[in-house]
Design a protein around this ligand. Structure first.
Ligand code: PEP
Ligand code: MG
Length: 585
């Protein structure tokens, strides 16, 4: 029988390619426990059983937190501290004890009954973030139920498959992911999940290729067949033909060779053939990324997205905790760190659970709009940033600026924070540089005025594209219209650079476009001074810059600015890229 090759499309959650045997598992979202009555005298013993099970599960999360802390850093470890905290919740413990006493029933049943109420309450909220919290509750429920029958030591050493494989699942909890053995799990794919889920975050930090949100995944895949997980393109290929496997193996080899060769430039600056230097910086979200960033020779952070760290519901970091993290970055990066203030909302986590979902979150309460209405938060973040500036080169940047008034207000609050620190006698960099993201078309049109207020601009192309061409950056139905080389977008970027130049303001690009080597000739030609991207992209972009001639890029950009079609602009830039560094494209 010929088995057909099937390609399933999902969301790319973690880059890389995994090829191997499949191991499918359905996530245990149905809990089965027996229910039996107990004698009144047996209640204290039943309560003891419950507390013992809780302790075993707590130990399990401590163990997991330590394991993931060592591999990925303290930020990821905190995910399991949250699970640990749930198990200490007095409402939960008291509720279960009451249930056992009132119904005179076994502890597993009482525990599950109470947890089901929590799960039902949270699942009635139609919010992707809350869906993630439901996963956490499922996880905790499973662990405690398992703990009734297992000793702590056996939970810690759950048998793992020792041969290399790919994992397919309906969904995975963060602890399932954290428990994966990187040496044997060569990739995973799930039916549920989103790019911002903890599971996806952990996959990236563990370096496991992953694709999430693949519809009908488990129905299409049968156990022990071979598959390919393509974390670059968000594809799962079931029963690949020998030819497909061979082409992917070739691709893996090719990507590795190209990358290793580009890493040879690690200790050199990104300078074009005719001597124009471009600053290459990294985007970062977590401190565990620091070693990987330093490894590729990057000495500065062009965009530190703080929302992932700040919006952890169980552990909202206070000013001191923020200060410690920002200081760590400041001390590690000699070329500096640009810390972006909270950019909640839109496609990211909401700042707060809203009573009614926003009709248009991308046009709603996000970015600087949140900070200017939650000033206490904003002040604590600004003070933490200022304090960190005494320990290295730090700058601050405001997201989603749409008008000059927002910058005025943000600067006034910054001044106010400086005064508070002066009064407390706390040190900070009096010359702290301030910038704003240019990611809303109105900010481009006002760039002349904004340039009077700030020291640098950072073009957020991810949002600038979506707001310019009115295309939701995460909606697959209009993904073909989300166009990086749209002539309207290119014109706006040119306007930003021109306005910045007149006032000696530097211009950086920190959206995904910065890492697209097909468009590096165009970006250089437009005159941007800095590019900031995920660390993994830096070696190839550096290679591209070092192969180009700035004068020729400038001529190319001037021609592109006259072109009406995106495809022509793209082709022109791609042609120059191919002529100068075909081998890495
Ligand atoms: C952008 O919009 O390009 C950007 C860098 O910000 P974010 O992707 O975090 O919205
Ligand atoms: Mg943005």
């Amino acid at each position: 029988m010929v088995v057909e090759e099937i390609t399933l499309i999902g969301i790319s959650a973690s880059p890389g390619i995994g090829i191997g045997d499949l191991n499918s598992t359905k996530y245990r979202d149905t809990f089965i426990v027996c229910h039996y009555e107990i004698a009144k005298e047996a209640i204290p013993a039943e309560l003891d059983r419950f507390h013992e099970a809780l302790n075993v599960a707590k130990d399990y999360y401590v163990h997991l937190s330590q394991k993931i802390g060592t591999i990925s850093g303290q930020e990821e470890a905190k995910i399991f501290e949250a699970h640990h905290l749930m198990l200490q919740d007095p409402g939960l413990i008291g509720g279960v004890a009451q249930f056992i006493e009132k119904d005179q029933c076994n502890a597993e049943f009482a525990f599950l009954s109470v947890m089901k109420k929590y799960i039902a309450a949270i699942s009635s909220i139609d919010d992707p973030y809350m869906k993630e919290r439901q996963m956490d509750l499922n996880d905790v429920t499973n662990r405690v139920l398992e703990s009734f029958t297992l000793e702590a030591s056996s939970l810690k050493q759950k048998p793992e498959s020792t041969s290399e494989h790919l994992l397919l699942a309906k969904d995975l909890t963060p602890s399932d992911t954290a428990n994966m053995d990187r040496d044997t799990v060569k990739g995973f794919a799930t039916e549920k999940g989103s790019y911002t889920s903890h599971t996806a975050i952990l996959a990236r930090s563990l370096g496991i290729p992953a694709v999430v949100g693949v519809a009908d995944l488990l129905d299409k895949a049968t156990e022990s067949t071979v598959a390919i997980i393509d974390g670059y393109e968000g594809k799962v290929i079931i029963n690949p033909t020998e030819a497909t496997i061979a082409s992917y193996q070739e691709l893996i080899e090719k990507k590795k060779k190209i990358y290793d060769a580009a890493c040879g430039l690690k200790d050199f600056d990104a300078v074009t053939q005719d001597g124009k230097k471009i600053e290459l910086l990294a985007n970062a979200e977590f401190d565990h990324e620091i070693p990987g960033i330093l490894d590729v020779g990057v000495k500065g952070i062009g965009l530190f997205r703080t929302e992932f760290f700040l919006l952890n519901p169980m552990l909202m970091p206070n000013e001191d905790e923020q200060f410690k993290l920002y200081k760590k970055f400041a001390e590690q990066f000699e070329d500096g760190v640009t810390i972006r203030t909270l950019d909640a909302g839109g496609d990211k986590l909401p700042a707060e659970t809203l009573e009614a979902p926003e009709p248009n979150p991308f046009l709603g309460w996000r970015g600087i709009r949140v900070s200017l209405t939650r000033r206490k938060w904003f002040r604590s973040q600004l003070k933490a940033i200022l304090r960190a500036s005494a320990f290295g080169k730090v700058s601050v940047m405001f997201p989603m600026i749409s008008g000059v008034r927002e910058v005025d207000s943000a600067l006034a609050i910054l001044e106010n924070c400086k005064e508070a620190l002066d009064a407390e006698g706390v040190e900070y960099d009096k010359d702290l540089k301030v910038g704003c993201m240019i990611e809303v078309p109105s900010a481009v049109l006002l760039a002349d005025h904004l340039a009077d207020k700030v020291d640098f601009f950072s073009i957020g192309t991810n949002d600038l594209i979506q707001y310019t061409v009115a295309v939701d950056r995460i909606n697959p139905l209009v993904a073909n219209l989300y166009d990086s080389s749209h002539p309207g977008v290119i014109k706006l970027m040119d306007m930003v650079v021109q306005s910045a130049r007149k006032k000696e303001v530097t211009t950086s690009v920190c959206g995904e476009l910065a890492g697209d080597i097909n468009l590096t000739p165009l970006l250089l030609g437009l005159g941007v001074n800095e590019l900031s991207m995920s660390a993994i992209q830096v070696p190839l972009v550096k290679k591209a810059i070092c192969s180009l001639n700035y004068g020729k890029c400038r001529e190319l950009a001037l021609e592109c600015l006259k072109m009406p079609y995106s495809s022509d602009i793209y082709d022109k830039s791609r042609k120059m890229a191919a002529a100068n560094y075909r081998e890495i494209l």
